[in-house]
Design a protein around this ligand. Structure first.
Ligand SMILES: *[C@@H]1O[C@H](CO)[C@@H](O)[C@H](O)[C@H]1NC(C)=O
Ligand SMILES: *[C@@H]1O[C@H](CO)[C@@H](O)[C@H](O)[C@H]1NC(C)=O
Ligand SMILES: *[C@@H]1O[C@H](CO)[C@@H](O)[C@H](O)[C@H]1NC(C)=O
Ligand SMILES: *[C@@H]1O[C@H](CO)[C@@H](O)[C@H](O)[C@H]1NC(C)=O
Length: 725
């Protein structure tokens, strides 16, 4: 409690909020109002409202055609302002008084809303925006919703509930929960490996969004026109400069690309490269021609990567205590932005065409196995099953929390968000297609191509485009951060729970910082000129079929090795009611079958990854497979190790022994350990075991002790009443 009481914390937060409001207002007003003026004296010129100087971004995008004034050093810098905000929030979070938790060792969520918001932030990620809408329109539009929701009900929600109940029951991270059957702890290690890979590249995506966010803080988006130094002759924008003297525009161009190229002005519709694409490839990434050709580290992106790791670290500085507060904003504000963009998009000409593209059902496709496979995979990957994050988040729940309700709320919210995001994406793509007079399919894209090329380009068509661009990238950042928090927390929790000493429990921040630094360093190769190839490689391989295998083994382990009856009892003990019959059937039969189906489908559908026209060389694919295998391989290796180390004469004995639950398996708090988890000698245990005489003795003892224990609250006296026998 470095800063004392609640009042100080409140004042600090208020202060931060004010600074933040001021910065945000300036950030929006400065580009819009044509610069900043102080008593009539222009401080900052409009198009350079102080964004670029914070980051080493190299040459500025240049003034819009027709403007040539460059004021050398803008005094006002919004990024500096934002850096101050981050610092401020960091201090105020550190200074907040600590509330006592039920689980004083590990801590709990402040309240249930924090858990739900965090899990929503975790499940709702970039994939909901840049993958689902595209999948939907490729797989039969509205007809895709049918398999999608079937898969949600039979696979998504049951798996979600399984992981939440598993983590909540044991109050342990993704390694500790495997006390349920120590031989399978490799599954936990596999989850950690997957989370590490995802954590590394996910933050690079966030950092690129940061980069675009900062770049959007001008009054002219740098990817609007083709008059920048990095543009090539084939560049052809969707916006024709209005009111700009075309002689000047021509002059700028011939200066830039040379008079000879300027002559090649023939617009080839089939080979149009948009300025946004060139900005992305030639300026932001400065992409190299081959995955092995690393080139230089892109310093601006490296800077942004540092920024995004610092943000993630600050938000997690006090574990779920601080991230639980941050998610009130990060998990809800994307919906505000989505709604603003939705209203903007839907009121544009051509929006309806785009949405028709997205939703028109093509019922004949529903019989296609590919559609069902895509639906199942999308549900599976987008809910974040088998990443370990759900187990981790649920482990901070109170023992009797109703995670059954939570899992239904969260998974349905996730899917509804995907559908909603589709409207936002396709309304604006429809508008652009209408403007260009082409088919929507020509502008539709997915992945980074949608987020950083197609959508930003469409935004340049709107009046006050920097504002929409700012909002869009801010939303991407928040969506990404919500997921990134949980990925980092998963790793930290697993490490801390595994070591488990008092020192590390108290100094969790050190572990968080260490993991963040390592994550940053591992992310550096992804900021080189070949980084985008590696990013897509990781996205395609590191987290694909390995997740399916991990999830399948988890399901089988709990249901068949540990035993479904025991698990149902555990859930009943925790929730007060057994899992509904539907979930019991799903867990035991339906979900494992669907998961196997996804696996088979993934293998059959396997196509080597490509990026636009670039075909990955064989050795890089081998690396991709190695990454995928590295997580799965943990499972057999650990199992063999465990069998070798356990006692027993025959292999079968050892196997049985290593499958049996650890003595520490069960609820974390002694007051929750009742029934068959009761520690030998505790009150709850006595009712089951002892001989009759002992029981009488015990009752007498109890009567004596009742005056003592009357002050203790529910069950906390269990250890005091140790029977003399
Ligand atoms: C464009 O600018 C040039 C030189 O600045 C001038 O000679 C010409 O008249 C202008 N054209 C128009 C249409 O304003
Ligand atoms: C600018 O260039 C275009 C294409 O090269 C040409 O058609 C146009 O006449 C030029 N405008 C001026 C004012 O030179
Ligand atoms: C446009 O591109 C196509 C295909 O790349 C090519 O065949 C055609 O000659 C090009 N047209 C012009 C005018 O450059
Ligand atoms: C892109 O990289 C090349 C070397 O690969 C370099 O010459 C060029 O200046 C870089 N461009 C930018 C915009 O940084």
């Amino acid at each position: 409690m470095p800063f004392g009481g609640r009042v100080t914390g409140l004042l600090l937060s208020l202060c931060c909020a004010l600074v933040q409001l001021g910065c945000t207002l300036l950030a929006i007003l400065c580009p819009l109002s044509g610069g900043l003026r102080l008593v009539g004296v222009p401080l900052v010129d409009a198009w350079e409202c102080g964004w670029i100087d914070f980051l080493p971004v190299g040459p500025c995008p240049g003034p819009p055609p027709g403007r040539a004034t460059v004021s050398p050093d803008p005094p006002f810098s919004v990024p500096r302002c934002y850096a101050a905000i981050l610092l401020c929030w960091g201090i105020s979070v550190l200074g907040e008084p600590v509330k006592m938790d039920k689980n004083s060792r590990r801590g709990n969520w402040g309240n249930q809303i924090e858990f739900i918001l965090t899990s929503v932030g975790y499940a709702v990620g970039l994939g909901n925006v840049w993958r689902f809408p595209y999948l939907c329109y490729r797989n039969g539009g509205g007809a895709f919703m049918f398999p999608y929701f079937i898969m949600l009900v039979f696979c998504g929600i049951p798996l979600f509930f399984l992981e939440l109940s598993f983590g909540q029951f044991a109050s342990q991270g993704c390694l500790g929960v495997w006390r349920i059957s120590p031989m399978f702890k490799g599954v936990g290690y596999g989850m950690m490996v997957v989370s590490t890979y995802i954590g590394i590249y996910y933050n690079v995506v966030i950092c690129i969004a940061f980069y675009y966010f900062f770049s959007s803080m001008t009054n002219l988006l740098p990817w609007t026109y083709c008059n920048n130094p990095w543009n090539t002759a084939s560049c052809n924008g969707v916006v024709t400069p209005k009111g700009i003297n075309s002689t000047l525009a021509n002059a700028t161009r011939s200066l830039v690309t040379g008079a000879a190229q300027a002559a090649v002005e023939v617009v080839n519709k089939t080979k149009r490269t948009s300025p946004s694409e060139e900005y992305w490839k030639h300026y932001v990434l400065n992409i190299s021609d081959d995955i092995g050709n690393f080139g230089d580290v892109r310093l601006p992106i490296l800077g942004c990567l540092a920024v995004s790791w610092v943000v993630v670290f600050l938000c997690l500085i006090r574990g779920v205590k601080s991230s639980g507060k941050v998610v009130y904003f990060t998990a809800t504000f994307p919906y505000v932005v989505l709604t603003i963009l939705f209203i903007r998009g839907i009121t544009l000409e051509g929006a309806v065409t785009g949405i028709k593209y997205y939703l028109t059902p093509q019922w004949h496709k529903i019989l296609d196995a590919k559609v069902w496979g895509d639906a199942a995979s999308q549900i599976f990957y987008s809910l974040g099953c088998a990443w370990g994050g759900l187990i981790t988040m649920a482990s901070y729940n109170k023992f009797h929390n109703n995670c059954y309700r939570d899992s239904i709320i969260i998974s349905i919210t996730n899917c509804a968000t995907s559908v909603y995001a589709g409207f936002v994406i396709f309304s604006i793509l429809g508008f652009m297609a209408h403007h260009l007079n082409v088919d929507v399919s020509e502008v539709a894209d997915h992945g980074p191509g949608l987020a950083f090329v197609a959508y930003p380009e469409a935004l340049t068509l709107l009046p006050i485009s920097p504002l929409w661009s700012l909002l869009f990238f801010f939303m991407l950042i928040l969506l990404g951060l919500g997921t990134q928090f949980c990925l980092l927390e998963t790793l930290v929790t697993a490490i801390v729970d595994e070591i488990g000493t008092d020192w590390i429990m108290k100094n969790k921040t050190v572990v968080t910082g260490g993991v963040a630094v390592v994550g940053f360093l591992l992310g550096v190769p992804l900021t080189t000129q070949a980084g985008i190839y590696w990013l897509l490689l990781m996205d395609n391989y590191a987290a694909s079929f390995s997740l399916v295998i991990i999830s399948c083994i988890m399901c089988i382990c709990i249901m068949y090795v540990y035993g479904h009856k025991k698990y149902f009892k555990d859930v009943e003990m925790m929730l007060g009611f057994p899992p509904p019959i539907f979930f019991r059937v799903c867990w035991r039969f339906v979900s494992p079958i669907i998961i196997s189906f996804i696996l088979i489908f993934t293998v059959i559908q396997y196509k080597p990854i490509t990026y636009n026209d670039y075909v990955y060389p064989g050795w890089s694919l081998a690396i991709g497979f190695a990454m995928a295998l590295s997580s799965v391989i943990c499972i057999p290796i650990y199992a063999l190790y465990k069998i070798a180390k356990s006692e027993g004469n025959t292999f079968l004995e050892r196997l049985k022994k290593s499958c049996r639950p650890d003595i520490k398996w069960g609820p974390a708090l002694s007051e929750d350990r009742i029934g068959r988890y009761a520690a030998p000698g505790s009150e709850a245990d006595v009712e089951v075991r002892p001989l009759k005489e002992e029981l009488k003795e015990k009752e007498e003892e109890k009567r004596d002790e009742i005056s003592l224990s009357i002050q203790g609250s529910n069950g906390s006296t269990a250890h005091n009443t140790t029977p003399s026998a």
